[in-house]
Design a protein around this ligand. Structure first.
Ligand SMILES: [Zn+2]
Length: 457
């Protein structure tokens, strides 16, 4: 059998087992997985000894070039995609949001143009503010390969909230079509009230951010959304869960038989609201806010037990100067954190090395499960023969001390500055082509492909 490349002698993490073996790659696909593969005409062998070999990582929640609070997130599809490659990411699912004058299919087309120079494969969730008037466009979007739709229960002040009546219709009708409703769950009324209260008493520095969006404002919305989803027979995915109660509600919701999944992000697993008390605490501004230790622990157990299905980054970086302008005004600061490049190493360091997660579970959380949930599997998220050769050779002993300038995300801020993490990719392949070799990005601008997603695995 002819291979273009053979990855030799790595610990192949495939499904629920890990075994020492080789992977043969040819014409962009995985051609063989086994022991002692020989490709007589193979061009190059990649030594994977002592490394894990895993399917390409999928970041199913990113915001490249996102307009926020009068500015734009600082990574575009090229810089953000390239930074992702340094962290083993080979596919992203970003978002497309129709302008008021635009239909969702039009928005998908123009966002695809914007993503043209992405160096890794990409897809979008369709973001909708409201549902009823957008209903006719859903089927068209599905034909274009967008099979998940994002709604907010909060952000009423900026007209992004979908009212409950429309939310119910969305869950029912998107569910009937086999699509997924992805929901940002926070209670709009509580947040609006608290923001007003804090603002009028002059409490505008970042340490009041958690108070403005308390844990129960999230769990109230999670509970409501799950309840509506159940009544509507919807298929739901809950974005960026942060609290202990949310994990509990997710667990109960799943037990009640609803088609439900949930995600969390590294920032909620690694940091707490004490970050906001730091000198430049405003730079950690993100929504939902960072929480407390009990929440972090609950999120880790939710990942370990399988209650939480996936980890994604909500990658939405800003330069310090973009945030510093609002140092004393959390009400208007651009909210978001960089994350795409550091996810795999942080989760490996804090999860696998600390025995909170097995390596197989980590791969499920950052690759296989998002691939399955969002209609990318088995081409993405697996190492099955015949599927896309998106492969990461992950060196568990490679370490790096995190600092913005050692990384490739387009920001001078990193929330984990000074932290040494273990486990970084040594080689990364995208559809059979090497795109990272020993810390060097060797991919190409624009070589990422638009991925038309399926409706149901
Ligand atoms: Zn987001």
């Amino acid at each position: 059998m002819k291979f273009d490349y053979v990855i030799k002698g790595g610990k192949v993490v495939s499904g629920r087992e890990t075994f020492v073996g080789d992977i043969g790659i040819g014409e962009g696909k995985i051609r063989a997985v086994g022991k002692d593969l020989k490709g007589p005409t193979s061009e190059r062998t990649y030594d994977a000894r002592d490394c894990y070999v895993m399917p390409g990582i999928i970041d199913s929640h990113t915001h490249m070039n996102l307009p926020v609070s009068g500015t734009v997130s600082s990574d575009n599809f090229f810089t953000g995609g390239r930074a992702g490659v340094h962290g083993g990411v080979t596919t992203i699912i970003d978002f497309t949001t129709p302008e008021p004058s635009q239909s969702l299919p039009e928005a998908i087309k123009s966002r695809k143009e914007e993503a043209m120079d992405c160096p890794i494969d990409f897809s979008f969730h369709g973001t909708l503010y409201g549902f009823d008037s957008k209903k006719p466009e859903i089927q068209e979007a599905i034909k274009l390969g967008v099979t998940s739709f994002k709604f907010f229960t909060a952000y009423g002040e900026s007209n992004r909230r979908t009212p409950d009546g429309e939310l119910f219709n969305a869950f029912r009708e998107i569910g009937e079509l086999g699509g997924i409703s992805m929901i940002h769950c926070e209670n709009d009324e509580i947040i609006r009230h608290r923001r007003k209260e804090l603002s009028s008493s002059g409490k505008k520095t970042i340490e009041y951010h958690p108070e403005s969006r308390p844990d129960f404002s999230e769990s109230e919305a999670v509970g409501k959304v799950i309840h509506l989803g159940k009544k509507a027979s919807g298929r739901l995915h809950l974005a960026h869960l942060t609290t202990e109660e949310s994990v509990e509600l997710l667990r109960e919701g799943k037990r009640s038989g609803i088609d439900l999944s949930g995600e969390t992000c590294p920032q909620y697993l690694l940091m707490t609201e004490t970050a906001y008390e730091e000198e430049n605490g405003h730079r950690y501004a993100a929504t939902p806010p960072l929480r407390q230790d009990a929440d972090r622990n609950a999120l880790w157990s939710g990942l370990e037990s399988g209650v939480i299905n996936s980890i994604a980054t909500d990658h939405c970086p800003f330069q310090n100067k973009q945030k510093d302008e609002f140092k004393n005004d959390f009400l208007n600061i651009p909210q978001g954190l960089p994350g795409i490049e550091t996810m795999s190493s942080l989760i490996f360091s804090e999860g696998v090395r600390r025995d909170r997660l097995s390596i197989e579970r980590m791969v499920e959380l950052i690759s296989t499960n998002p691939a399955k949930r969002f209609g990318l599997h088995p081409d993405k998220g697996s190492l099955t023969v015949g599927t896309d050769a998106d492969v990461v050779v992950f060196d568990p002993n490679k370490s790096k001390t995190i600092e913005a300038k050692n990384l490739h995300m387009n920001t001078d801020f990193n929330p984990y500055t000074g932290k040494t993490t273990y486990g970084w990719p040594r080689f990364v392949f995208s559809r059979g082509t090497p795109i990272l070799e020993d810390d060097q990005f060797v991919g190409r601008r624009g070589s990422g492909k638009w991925i038309s997603r399926k409706l149901k695995d």
